[in-house]
Design a binder for this molecule. Structure first.
Ligand SMILES: [Zn+2]
Length: 452
């Protein structure tokens, strides 16, 4: 082929060692790298470049004819939605003639806050998707406002405000400006930080923030609206959970996603949830210590209940998530169901340790579902209970007891404790009879953690 390069025919000339080894310094840099650094040369080069580029521009300008210039004057449809940034303080909106707002809905919301802040009520005379006409409800007050959408059909511009007010403040009476939609918008922030806030509490906060009086019913309904738009409705989120399960079953076969329901008066209600993804199951079986730690914590969002989690340890003692679930309360029945799902996921393991807290329901569930497993109890949880009953030297010796690898050390400290406080023996046998002492751990588990 003409012009193509036959790479096999190209010889690369070997460089002499002295050519390669020349150290580059500030002085020789230009000559080594082949750069001409003479000041006169640089001046000539830059002048030449400048002349050439001016010539280029002249040539281009000569090419531009009248038509092209005319085209440039036409509006170009290069409007980007991201350009529509309207910055306003939603808590303290400023509404003046010429002010622009993102949409009619947003404008209606802001004018409510504006009126609440200004301690007056607005009667909306005429409003649709393109225009807004409102006036002050105050007796014979001339204040009025008109606004309408501009050419884009969306942005709202305030055209005229007739000032000033000649009415007395209406702040003392319940404001009609704070309707359910307004409360819903303002309640979002409060609900996000405090999901279970009551309507009375929310009402107090809104009234303090906006220095107005709002009806309880309005706040209550507004709060529900806000919750629905934040978290969705119960029915919708339940359906999402089922869709989620279906999607996991399809995309990650071998995963265990279980949604347990109950039927009441012909209706299906959510009861419990469990999930162990296939990669987590495989990772546990292939690369983790035969040790799982199970615990649960309170859910503090819209849904109260318990979030149960099952974690294991990999070869580097890094925590490895295995499964999680949620249910209403820590009953034995719920824990049995949870452990049964875990059993489905990991199968029967002859060598397995399960570490839990002092929860009786969970302890029994482990006994029933994983009878072969070594049942360990988290020492931190044990001590949280222990220190309510015993103090002093007895208390301090518990750590060497739990941490001792050798039975002799364990027995030595335990004897001292029993000597000082005989009641400890009965207490531990009654309430903490699982394995919490390191010297009694099965060495096959390869995990000597005393905490879960
Ligand atoms: Zn007025």
């Amino acid at each position: 082929m003409v012009g193509s390069v036959d790479w096999s025919q190209i010889e690369i000339a070997p460089m002499n060692d002295d050519e390669i080894d020349v150290p580059i310094t500030e002085e020789n840099m230009c000559s080594v790298l082949g750069i001409n650094d003479e000041p006169e040369h640089r001046k000539i080069v830059s002048e030449a470049a400048m002349k050439a580029s001016i010539a280029d521009v002249d040539a281009c300008v000569a090419d531009i004819d009248e038509d092209l210039l005319a085209d440039a004057a036409l509006p170009v449809p290069d409007h980007m939605p991201e350009e529509d940034h309207f910055w306003y303080d939603k808590k303290h909106p400023v509404i003046e003639e010429g002010s622009l707002f993102r949409s009619m809905n947003e404008f209606r919301m802001l004018i409510r806050t504006f009126a609440i802040r200004g301690k007056f009520d607005i009667k909306i005379k005429d409003s649709d998707t393109t225009r807004f006409l409102g006036h002050c409800k105050g007796n014979a007050c001339p204040w009025r406002i008109t606004a309408r959408t501009i050419e884009d059909g969306k942005t709202v511009r305030v055209n005229k405000i007739v000032k000033p007010h000649k009415c007395s403040s209406t702040a003392a009476v319940t404001t009609s400006m704070a309707d359910q939609a307004w409360v819903a918008e303002k309640a979002m922030g409060y609900i996000q930080t405090e999901p279970n806030i009551g309507a009375s509490e929310l009402r107090k906060k809104l009234q303090a923030e906006y220095k107005c009086t709002i009806g309880y019913h309005t706040v209550n309904k507004g709060k529900e609206r806000a919750k629905n738009s934040l978290y969705g409705t119960w029915g919708k989120s339940f359906q999402s959970l089922l869709n989620f399960k279906a999607e996991i079953d399809k995309r990650s076969p071998g995963s265990i996603v279980e949604v347990d329901v109950k039927r009441e008066r012909g209706e299906v209600h959510f009861r419990r949830f469990f999930m162990a993804l296939k990669p987590c199951i495989d990772g546990f079986l292939a690369g983790c210590r035969p040790y799982v730690s199970v615990d649960s914590t309170f859910l503090t969002g819209k849904w109260n209940g318990q979030l149960a989690a099952c974690t294991t340890l990999d070869g580097q003692n890094w925590m490895f998530p295995l499964a999680f679930g949620f249910f209403a309360t820590e009953t034995e029945d719920n824990w049995i169901w949870f452990m049964q799902q875990l059993h489905r996921a990991i199968g029967h393991l002859q060598t397995l340790a399960i570490c839990t807290d002092a929860c009786k329901g969970l302890e029994n569930a482990v006994k029933i579902v994983f009878p072969q497993a070594e049942q360990r109890e988290c020492f931190r949880h044990l001590m949280a209970n222990f220190k309510k009953k015993f103090h002093g030297d007895v208390f301090g010796r518990m750590w060497p007891v739990a941490k001792a690898y050798r039975l002799e050390t364990f027995n030595y400290h335990m004897a001292k404790i029993f000597e000082a406080e005989p009641a400890v023996s009965v207490y531990l046998c009654t309430y903490h009879n699982l394995k919490w002492m390191r010297c009694d751990f099965n060495t096959e588990i390869k995990c000597d953690y005393i905490h879960n």
